[in-house]
Design a protein around this ligand. Structure first.
Ligand SMILES: *Cc1c(COP(=O)(O)O)cnc(C)c1O
Length: 385
């Protein structure tokens, strides 16, 4: 948070961070003869991501959605295959499965975190299950130990959609590096962004060589650029998943400012947690929390109101006070495409109720103290029915 006046306008829900050095980096790319992918800024941003995540292999992509699609291709998913995933997540986790002709099987959540419930996952696993896809909601780690206990004996890989969790840690393990794959997003609603962008973290050596080929239109151009082969050619299926140097230039500047971004976001998160604890306790409101030993990424802050009418009323109450709050994911199993393409073992009531009760408060790295106070005052002046 910073001091100063928030001005007269609304407190917006999210505002993309502007990192020092972005314009200089862009200028360098535009003045060079190299703005296609895999230039100096891609190399630099990739090195920074390896440092932040601890992942051995990182490939920048055009989006998190594309990183998830790459994981599906690397696992050779196809018709008849199933992937178990949380119903409470972003649609990309499911589109990455259905674009391969495979079937998403939806699991319910743990209402304490919004993360997938391992027991529900165990119930959804069949002999056709080829992967378990997990998302760390708000950057609070899902129960990876319990999920690994399900996956490992069956030889099923885990895909971590870590769009929320860059920099998050659970029991000393960094998010995005526990599954075979981790997928990051650099969409401009995320902690670190370049407009649109992403990355695939590869934590299993076996997939590295083929991932490079899939990302580069099915060619071994990456090997060629390293001088390992003297010409490149079509090797495999693939697509164009590499971002231009323009995106990488912005991303590199953002990643250089990662510690500052995270410090500022955590200050807002901590101010909400401290400022709303008493009010929440008095009114039967549950607040976002992270278990001990768990370092979350301060990607979002949410409240769970007692009932759906309270959720709607709080969003309207805040809007009337110039504060933009938001609900979140419509569970995939009940969405039109989820009904068409997916399967579930039983009604997923906990996710439905989580969706109905949840309100996310504004959270971004540039929020002023005055803006945070406006949010706190707005929430504390609300009484659930
Ligand atoms: C934002 C987001 C995505 C999609 O990211 P893109 O980079 O826009 O493709 C996927 N999963 C989750 C959990 C997200 O929050």
């Amino acid at each position: 948070m910073a001091g100063g006046d928030s001005g007269g306008g609304d407190v917006v829900f999210s505002r993309p961070f502007r990192a020092p050095g972005e314009l200089e980096n862009l200028d360098r790319v535009l003045r060079s003869d190299h703005s296609h992918g895999d230039g100096v800024f891609t190399a630099s941003a990739t090195a920074r991501l390896r440092e932040i995540t601890g992942a051995g292999h990182v490939l920048l992509t055009t989006s998190c959605t594309h990183a998830l699609e790459m994981a599906s291709m690397l696992l050779d998913l196809g018709p008849g295959d199933e992937v178990v995933l949380p119903t409470f997540t972003f649609p990309s986790a499911a589109t990455a499965i259905v674009t391969r002709g495979a079937t998403p099987v939806f699991a319910d959540i743990d209402p304490r975190t919004g993360n997938v419930d391992p027991e529900s996952v165990a119930e959804a696993v069949t002999e056709r299950t080829r992967a378990i896809s997990v998302m760390h909601y708000g950057g609070v780690a899902a129960d990876l130990d319990a999920l690994e206990a399900i996956a490992r004996p069956r030889g099923i890989p885990i895909i971590e959609d870590n769009a929320h969790g860059l920099g998050g840690v659970s029991g000393g393990r960094r998010l995005g590096t526990e599954g075979a794959f981790g997928a990051q997003s650099f969409h401009d609603t995320k902690n670190v962004h370049c407009g649109e962008g992403g990355a695939l973290l590869i934590n299993d050596e076996r997939y590295v060589a083929r991932a490079e080929i899939i990302r580069e239109k099915g060619t071994d151009r990456s090997r060629f650029l390293r001088g390992a082969v003297d010409k490149y050619s079509w090797q495999d299926a693939g697509s164009s998943y590499l971002p231009s140097e323009l995106n990488a230039a912005v991303l590199d500047a953002q990643l250089a400012a990662f510690d500052e971004i995270q410090r500022r976001r955590r200050a807002v998160w901590d101010a909400y947690a401290a400022g709303l604890a008493d009010w929440a306790g008095e009114h039967g409101v549950d607040t976002m929390s992270a278990a001990p030993g768990l370092e979350h990424s301060a990607h979002l802050y949410y409240l769970l109101l007692p009932e759906h009418e309270d959720q709607q009323a709080l969003i309207a109450h805040l809007k009337a006070r110039g504060v933009r709050a938001a609900f979140h994911y419509i569970p995939l199993d009940s969405a039109p495409a989820g009904l068409r393409y997916g399967r579930r073992v039983r009604p997923l009531d906990r996710a439905a109720r989580f969706h109905d009760r949840l309100v996310r408060l504004p959270l971004w790295a540039g929020m002023t103290d005055a803006e945070v106070e406006r949010v706190l005052d707005g929430v504390r002046s609300f009484r659930p029915r």
